[in-house]
Write a protein that binds this ligand. Structure first.
Ligand SMILES: [Zn+2]
Length: 233
């Protein structure tokens, strides 16, 4: 015959098993990359891309400014070289030079702007890299702890499974099936302890006849309200 005490011991194993399985699922959900880590990495990539873009723009502006400077020097050479006699030609060259200097001024302004942007971009990149390194360090430490917890939980689950097999060996089939049905219906607790005449499963005061039957320990006695198997200590 299977007693309420035996089923209560089985329930303890099953509840521990359930809670470990739930904890394992939580732990496993936290294993792997976090959103915080991914977004910190994306931020670094984004900053790096911005710096690259500014550097390319600066290089192009450098080239254009150099080109304008070269052209201006060429015209100046012709203008002040003393070889040019035609006043109309002189006037045209003077106009070209003025326009080139204007262009050069604009390019140099743009270049200065780009240099400032580059400086800012590099500061932002360093900041993003520092933040990523910090997040990575604590993430790695967390993953180690999670990995250890996962291993411990798996070990405990395996031990509880073995214990359960031991416990159900020789148990009455009908009793086990009732236990299973009640566990499903009553959030995992099929057996309730009776304390001072109260069913601890549903807090109802039990009729004297039921209490006497449960105390006698002859067969399984169920609560009249919640139907749980009663265990009188
Ligand atoms: Zn009850």
């Amino acid at each position: 015959m299977t007693t309420a005490a035996e089923l209560f011991a089985l329930q303890r194993t099953d509840l521990a098993f359930d809670s470990n399985v739930a904890r394992l699922a939580e732990v496993e959900a936290q294993l792997g990359e976090t959103e915080e880590l991914t977004s910190a990495r994306e931020r670094v990539d984004q900053c790096r891309e911005e710096v690259r873009e500014i550097q390319a723009r600066k290089k192009e502006l450098d080239f254009q400014a150099e080109e304008a400077r070269g052209k201006a020097a060429e015209i100046e050479g012709k203008l002040y070289g003393g070889t040019m006699k035609n006043p109309k030609e002189l006037e045209d060259f003077q106009a070209d030079l003025t326009s080139l200097r204007g262009q050069l001024g604009k390019r140099e302004d743009a270049l200065l702007e780009a240099m400032l942007e580059l400086e800012e971009g590099e500061v932002a990149l360093k900041e993003a890299e520092r933040a990523l390194a910090e997040i990575e360090t604590s993430w790695k430490a967390e993953q180690v702890v999670l990995g250890e917890t996962q291993a411990t939980l798996k070990q405990e689950i395996a031990e509880l499974e073995a214990k359960r097999l031991d416990q159900i060996e020789g148990m009455d089939r009908v009793a086990l099936s009732l236990y299973g049905i009640l566990r499903e219906r009553r959030q995992g607790t099929a057996v309730a302890v009776v304390e001072r005449g109260l069913c601890q499963g549903c807090r109802i005061t039990l009729p004297m006849s039921i209490l006497q039957q449960a105390r006698a320990g002859v067969g399984l006695v169920q609560c009249v309200s919640c139907e749980r198997i009663l265990l009188v200590n």
